[in-house]
Design a protein around this ligand. Structure first.
Ligand code: SAH
Length: 533
């Protein structure tokens, strides 16, 4: 007996999107088994097959019927929309066969014929939203406990997957999609692009482009797939696009690329890769710093900065944390008691306050209104800046304000540059006299103010066993020229640094900045291991 079960995914619903193998499978079958609507969708492919129509919820009897008929020697096609192995009939048919002690190779012969699943057809209509890691989650809790679904949503949200939600809503299941939105908003920006595609490639196709905070204001039903963007998904006109990351290595509007093909795979040109890192990278994404800058610059009330990834310690991943650096000013080192009370109150029981080597406290709090926090700290007389890969200006205390001539320059430099996003944290050290007791010369860029003029140090290596002060590239730069000069140096770094390239590496690579030549450091001499001489 040569019975066969052909499990056919016929794609989203249009004739043009059915594969050749699926067509042949349907035409070689003697019996077609499927849910009513699906039989109608493939009507044009039918010739003289027997048709077994069933209702939506009768999957088990459909599978049993298919196995029975095939066991009697019939060629049976079981049809599913999209791909039969994605919330379709394939798994169930195998399970029914297993119950009967069937193994592959025995009668009936089984073939799963792949089709275009909704995630792919819907993505194509939206643009290119699943260019990066994506997953599917079905919100149907008829067969899956809701707490399992909830965990999967949370995991996918926190891991920044693009998510395609299948079975998002039906007449009776209306709360699941709202609950899903609530979880996603803990991890993703409310303005995250969301595409709603209903009846893709069918007569009543509808495509809606919306955002995470607005998605429930549109019609979502049984025939909708909801595509949620990740943290880098954007709209270009009505196209929803998730970039793959080409911009990390390529300049897309140039023919001449800064990296030649052979250079692209070198660890130094992909510092984010496993080969280039020794452990788990805890570097905060530059995007996050930019989001914080946007929030600080915004005057309207729409900004929220929320991140699931703790920017400095991977271990305390928590949702919805707002993180910002606070100081009493660039030269002032003293918080007033009232300021500390204000910070503590804003942080609340769930927040935390960390003191750092950058002369700033890092404030972390759970808030839905970061604008309010920023404004309250500013109203309290404090300087508020983003954390992570940004320009940090750290000055001395000018001998408690006694040597005050340099303060105005420190403030001007801080005002212009502090908090600007950069590829890698850029520390500018500022000392108000030649004592340089705050170690400005050891920072990425060091400024030492002496009698109305500056000494400039570039390319300090601030940490590591080969830490070294910056190269003294100039002495006696007139103070009024310094803010402009520094701004030009920082701009060059911001515009031309490779991803993750720290300033000292950048200086060594480009060889010259603003006319200052880079000089290699003296080579290290290895001491005699035995006598140490
Ligand atoms: N096997 C199917 C999925 C069946 S589950 C596949 O691979 O696509 C049913 C869900 O699939 C629907 O609730 C909807 O979310 C999605 N879906 C199926 N066909 C669709 C279409 N043409 N347009 C949009 N979504 C669709």
């Amino acid at each position: 007996m040569d019975g066969k079960v052909l499990i056919v995914g016929f794609g989203p619903g249009s004739f043009d999107h059915i594969t050749q193998r699926a067509r042949v499978a349907i035409s070689e079958s003697q019996v077609i088994i499927g849910y009513n609507t699906y039989v109608d969708l493939i009507r044009d492919l039918l010739t003289n097959q027997d048709i077994v129509r069933t209702g939506m919820t009768e999957e088990v009897s459909r599978a049993q019927k298919a196995v029975d008929l095939a066991s009697e020697g019939k060629v049976v096609a079981v049809i599913s929309s999209g791909d039969a192995g994605v919330y379709g009939m394939a798994g169930l048919i195998y399970e029914v066969l297993m119950e009967r002690g069937w193994h592959r190779g025995e009668n009936p012969f089984v073939e799963v014929i792949p089709g275009i699943s909704a995630i792919h057809s819907c993505a194509a209509l939206l643009g290119a939203p699943i260019m990066h890691d994506a997953c599917t989650i079905s919100l149907s809790d008829h067969l899956t406990p809701w707490d399992v679904i909830e965990k999967r949503i949370e995991a996918a949200a926190s891991a920044d997957f693009v998510i395609a939600l299948y079975n998002p809503k039906s007449g009776r299941r209306t709360r699941q999609i709202a609950e899903t939105q609530r979880i996603l908003l803990q991890y993703r920006d409310p303005k995250t692009p969301v595409g709603l595609v209903k009846s893709a490639y069918r007569e009543r196709q509808e495509v809606v482009r919306t955002t995470l905070d607005d998605m429930l204001n549109h019609d979502i039903g049984m025939l909708t797939t909801v595509v949620i963007g990740n943290s880098s998904t954007f709209y270009h006109g009505d196209l929803m696009i998730t970039p793959r990351g080409y911009q990390r290595k390529y300049t897309l509007d140039a023919v001449e690329q800064r990296l030649r093909p052979g250079e692209r795979l070198r660890p130094e040109n992909e510092p984010w890769s496993l080969n280039a890192t020794t452990g788990v990278s805890t570097r905060p994404p530059r995007e996050w710093a930019e989001a914080a800058v946007n929030c600080l610059n915004r005057t309207d009330n729409t900004a929220t900065v929320s991140t699931n990834a703790h920017p400095t310690r991977g271990s305390t991943v928590r949702p919805g944390i707002f993180e910002i650096a606070v100081s009493p000013g660039v030269a002032n080192k003293k918080f007033s008691p009232a300021q500390l009370v204000l910070i503590a109150n804003l942080a609340g029981d769930q927040g935390e306050i960390e003191y750092t080597t950058a002369h700033q406290l890092v404030f972390r709090g759970v808030t839905k209104d970061p604008e309010h926090v920023v404004q309250a700290l500013r109203d309290g007389g404090m300087t508020v800046l983003p954390v992570g890969d940004v320009v940090k200006v750290k000055a001395c205390d000018f001998c408690d304000g006694e040597k005050h001539e340099g303060i105005a320059f420190a403030q001007e430099i801080s005002r212009r540059l502090a908090g600007l996003p950069v590829e890698k944290e850029l520390r500018i050290g500022f000392n108000g006299c030649a004592m340089s007791c705050y170690g400005a010369v050891n920072e990425d860029i060091g400024l030492v103010f002496r009698k109305g003029k500056f000494d400039l140090f570039l390319g300090g290596k601030t940490t590591g066993r080969n830490a070294a002060p910056g190269q003294r590239v100039a002495e006696g730069i007139p103070a009024e020229e310094m803010p402009d000069l520094l701004e030009r140096i920082v701009t060059q770094y911001r515009e031309n640094a490779f991803p993750d390239e720290r300033f000292h590496k950048f200086f060594a690579r480009v060889g010259q900045i603003e006319g200052f030549d880079h000089k290699d450091r003296p080579q290290t001499v290895t001491a005699d291991a035995v006598c140490g001489s």
